[in-house]
Unconditional design. Structure first.
Lengths: 323, 129
């Protein structure tokens, strides 16, 4: 079968196979991504992140339903952590989305982080391209629920939805640097729990700072950050969130912010891939992994100096003399 | 990296066995997709295709295995997933096993099966690296 043609026709088996090729960093993956690339750029990529147990999967499940009622094809990438001990993983996010399992216009894929930090996996960016080229108009990426380090999601999404919940210390999290900068749209899920209104007030307060700080700098003024309150399991407030999401998408498209975000995304992806490939090249040509113990040893004995050693190796690499 | 879908078809809600297997396989270094109880054969087959798994492990205690296990095998074939290997577990009477194997279920594990036995089965029947 021609994977490219089948992906373009939206054949599910082909899309699923392509995701595996990318995930497993197979040699076929790069030419495939390049061939698909001219057909990408049409999907709205929405990152869903936030603390563990905040209800991200349930929220995504409800958003799929609403998105489907508009007629579009929807894809979901749900990332769960790999075990640092065994390398294995239990991927259970789609458990809450199984009502959509037999809908031919919904594609859900669970991915393990495979040691990559930042709430997603190293290959998520290329997986998005496959789904984009396969015609999925909306792509949700659900990150690992960590709380503070899902920064990578910003580099992959058009819009980031940050999901918080009351009674978990999220009140304190909102005050910390890093978390607030991630979100475009904020959701307080489980709004029926006590403390939801207080969290809302604190979030509003924190956002008023970041909004005014942004305006003083005169940069990236963008739309104000909407805050929505939901109870996803009871289907409360999700319709409003869905409308807000699309209104936000229209706003950033019109203002040019979306283009800036996508250019930034390309920049990050390009740099990431370049770094990775240079690293791989160095490793093959000067066998970094094999030589590392000897380098460490000579440094430990103070027989070598760190930068002299590194620069010498780079010279060897540049001259193409293989060690 | 081997990917395995652990799914519970049928109406019984006893998921202890399925969850135990899911955790054991994770600890052996496999990626396990777990979809919870009361899944239809259609949902299981579609999930297996989307997740591009190598194996589907079905757990059933309600007695409907003779109907549901082969149904999953057939639906996988229809969806182009004939290379996905199906195995089963739960309370399966010994005399039903030949029928299930004849209908495309690669192996059946009863109560008391060790993780090692399952790993041996996975590693000896895996088709890709």
């Amino acid at each position: 079968m021609d994977l490219f043609e089948d992906i373009r026709r939206g054949r599910i088996r082909a899309v699923a196979r392509a995701v595996s090729l990318i995930e497993n960093v197979k040699p076929e993956a790069e030419p495939l991504v390049d061939r698909l690339y001219p057909h990408t750029g049409r999907s709205l990529v929405v990152g869903i992140t936030g603390s563990p147990r905040a209800g991200k999967s349930t929220l995504v499940d409800r958003l799929i339903t609403l998105e489907r009622s508009r007629g579009g094809k929807v894809a979901v990438i749900a990332v769960d952590p790999s075990s640092p001990f065994s390398g294995g993983a239990i991927l259970g996010d789609r458990l809450r989305m199984q009502t959509h399992a037999t809908d031919p216009n919904v594609f859900i894929r669970s991915m393990a982080s495979r040691g990559f930090l930042g709430g997603v996996s190293a290959t998520t960016g290329d997986v998005i391209k496959v789904l984009d080229a396969a015609g999925y108009g909306t792509i949700f990426i659900e990150t690992i629920g960590v709380g503070q380090t899902e920064v990578k999601i910003v580099e992959l999404s058009d819009i980031v939805v940050l999901v918080l919940m009351p009674e978990t210390g999220d009140e304190i999290q909102v005050m910390k640097a890093g978390v607030m900068e991630i979100g475009d749209i904020f959701v307080i899920n489980k709004k029926d729990l006590p403390g939801a209104d207080r969290l809302h007030a604190e979030l509003e307060y924190a956002l008023s700072f970041s909004n005014s700080a942004g305006r003083e700098k005169g940069s990236e003024e963008g739309p104000a950050h909407p805050i929505e309150m939901t109870a996803a399991v009871h289907d409360h407030g999700v319709g409003r969130l869905h409308e807000t999401l699309h209104a936000y998408a229209r706003e950033i498209t019109a203002s040019g912010k979306l283009e800036r975000k996508r250019r930034f995304r390309l920049e990050r992806e390009l740099l990431g891939a370049l770094n990775r490939k240079v690293h791989e090249l160095m490793d093959t040509h000067i066998e970094v992994s094999r030589q590392l113990p000897a380098w460490v040893d000579s440094l430990y004995r103070r027989e070598a100096r760190p930068y002299a050693l590194i620069n010498e190796q780079i010279q060897i690499f540049l001259k193409g003399e293989h060690a | 990296m081997l990917r395995i879908l652990i799914a519970k078809p049928g109406l019984d809600g006893h998921d202890r066995g399925a969850k135990f297997i899911a955790r054991s396989l994770r600890d052996q270094g496999y990626e396990v997709i777990y979809t919870g109880i009361r899944q239809t054969p259609e949902a299981i087959a579609q999930t297996a295709i989307q997740e591009d798994v190598d194996f589907v492990g079905l757990s059933l205690l309600s007695g409907a295995h003779k109907e549901l296990f082969p149904r999953v095998v057939d639906l996988l074939k229809e969806a182009g997933g004939e290379d996905i290997i199906v195995f089963g577990g739960g309370i399966i009477p010994e005399e039903d096993i030949p029928f299930l194997k004849q209908r495309g279920v690669a192996s059946v594990f009863g109560p008391g099966t060790t993780t090692k036995q399952i790993v041996e089965f996975l590693e000896s029947s895996r088709s890709r690296d």
